[in-house]
Structures are given as C-alpha cells and as structure tokens.
Design a protein. Structure first.
Length: 148
C-alpha cells in the first residue's frame, strides 16, 4: 500500500442542475490524457459513493501530490449560472464525512485539504489566501469541516 499523508477534496466543477456520472468524469479524464479517472472516489448528489481508482494506485488529481494522496471528488461545485458555489447536498455531505472519517481511520496521519489549498503560498504566510488560489475547487472551506 502507498504511504498516504493527504486526502484531497475536489468538485467536478459542473453545474448543480446537471447530472455528471463517474463515467462522464472518466471520459473527460481520458480526453486530458489520463489512463482513466484521476480520483479514487466520486460522490454523487444522491450521496452514492462510487469507487474509481484503486487506493493502491496513485491518482491523477493533484499534480505533485498524487503519489501520497487520495483524491475524492463530489458532483457539482458550480451554481446554475456556472459560478463557484458549495452545491453539496445533504446526502453528499453525509457521505463525504463518512468516507473521509473512514479514510482517516485507515490513514490517521493524513491531512484533509481542498484542491485549492494546494495552490502556491505566494506571500509565504503559511496560508493559501483566496487571492493566491489557482482555482476554486472544491468551492467550500475544507479546513472548516469537522471530519471525525
């Protein structure tokens, strides 16, 4: 098994009023040149958690961090107008918390971050400030969530 010290939360960056399946993600990732979907798990709006890449295989979701991380993506992240928003449904939130809690039990040393939290800290203050983000994904403050 790979050594895991990071769990990275992503959104699919799709509008809340559209359905995007794991197979849709797989097709999009193949177009980008990945061998298959880059995430390890995908959480649908109804709360269904779909396994994607095996955990013993490095993901393709966070350049520079894939070898030591697990990638979780939830369906959504954009409002009906295509703007970044926390669109998670209650079933998604419940499923995400259960999944992350289980993964933290298996990898207690892992830190849970949003993809945007991996942006460069341009002013070196130890925090990725909103103006430093290279993207908004996952469109909510992961560090504010209580994962246990």
């Amino acid at each position: 098994m790979r050594e895991i010290d990071l769990i990275v939360i992503h959104c699919s960056a799709t509008r809340v009023d559209r359905d995007v399946t794991a197979q849709d993600i797989n097709a999009a990732h193949k177009v980008r040149g990945f061998s298959s979907w880059g995430y390890h798990f995908y959480i649908r709006k109804n709360g269904k958690v779909e396994p994607m890449r095996p955990l013993d295989e490095a993901g393709a979701h966070a350049r520079g961090y894939n070898a030591r991380s697990i990638g979780i993506c939830y369906e959504g992240g954009l409002d009906v107008n295509g703007r970044a928003a926390d669109t998670r449904t209650l079933p998604q939130r419940i499923a995400m918390h259960a999944l992350v809690s289980r993964l933290l039990t298996e990898h207690p040393e892992a830190e849970v971050l949003g993809h945007r939290d991996l942006s460069p800290d341009k002013n070196y203050n130890g925090i990725v400030d909103p103006w430093e983000r290279t993207k908004e994904c996952p469109c909510f403050e992961v560090r504010d969530e209580l994962w246990s």
